[in-house]
Write a protein that binds this ligand. Structure first.
Ligand code: FES
Length: 98
């Protein structure tokens, strides 16, 4: 079963998905959809409440930025990468594969 329809996801507006015991931040950027761990690697903040610009998401709590494509921590104070998950887009359905 899919997690979202593609139309439900607004480009640049991340949403939080609870799946398989994990909290995942799902972000559409144009025609692509990315999934990374929702909890910032710096402290307990939900990245899906952060700001997206291009392929980056900024944690609202202390401003660390992560690359949505790779999970890489780009800006301090975070320096640990986040896990990423493959996303399957099939017609209008979007599935995060865990
Ligand atoms: S909790 Fe995200 S930068 Fe501190």
């Amino acid at each position: 079963m899919s997690d979202f329809t593609f139309d439900q996801l607004e480009s640049g507006k991340p949403v939080k998905l609870e799946k398989a015991g994990k909290s995942i931040c799902v972000t559409r950027v144009g025609d692509e959809v990315f999934a990374i761990d929702d909890t910032c690697s710096h402290s307990e903040a939900s990245l899906s409440e952060g700001e997206v610009s291009g392929f980056k998401i900024e944690c609202w709590l202390h401003g660390a930025e992560f690359d949505l494509r790779t999970g890489e921590a780009i800006t301090l104070p975070a320096n640990i990468a986040l896990a990423t998950y493959p996303v399957r887009i099939d017609a209008n359905s979007v599935t995060v594969e865990i």
